[in-house]
Design a protein around this ligand. Sequence first.
Ligand SMILES: [Zn+2]
Length: 253
Amino acid sequence: MILRRVIAHFRRQEWAAIAIDFVIVVLGVFIGLQVQAFAVERDRQKSERDYLTRLHGEVEQLLETRARYDRSRTKFSVDLLGAVKVLDDAEGITPLSLDQCDAVAGSAHTTVPPAELPTVAELLSTGRLDHLSSATVRTAILTYVQDAVRARDLIVVITDSGRDLGKAHPHLITHHVGASRIRIEEVWLNPECRTEAMRADPAFRNELSENAYMYNVYTTRAVLPVSRQLAALHAVLDAEMSIAHPEKNDVTP
Ligand SMILES: [Zn+2]
């Protein structure tokens, strides 16, 4: 239509009308592009909101799961150091407590706590991290991912160096499988420790000290820092999405 009119104007050399046609065409294209850009931006904002909402839900759930790991690993670590102290006292007569015996028997079991956030995996694998407009959120996500990877590598090294004391010293530790006290993977163990014999065995005490040291590194350098970084990511998401939580959801480092 417009083209036919423009050709007619050209034939009659109506320059003013040609100019008006030109402006109409340019304006039409311009408005069309603006509308398209607006729709694209609206879609991006909606997908950003969806990603942030999903991510926030996953972070909350993972924080809850990891809090259990943080507590049990910290307690295990304290019990192990307590056991080392009890056994190092040559004149001592105190037996290992049940918890300390559990820790000694399980001192080589350093598993990787869950750290996966499916939304982050999706954002990274599809190259859509840039869909999140906040640089603070993007940095918090990347820092968390890096810390989680570093922690996993460290845990693999620690796990390789750990010595299963129950296997190495069966005369000092007896596992009564079934009657449950501690759970390692899916097997429930009820270890029994012979404190006096342990105290008299320097090789055993050396190995226990090494395991206790490594377990402490596992807890303080691999498990807890990742949870702290996850809590930091949570705080950034809360600020970005203007979410306020009651005190109990806060994770104390
Ligand atoms: Zn929150």
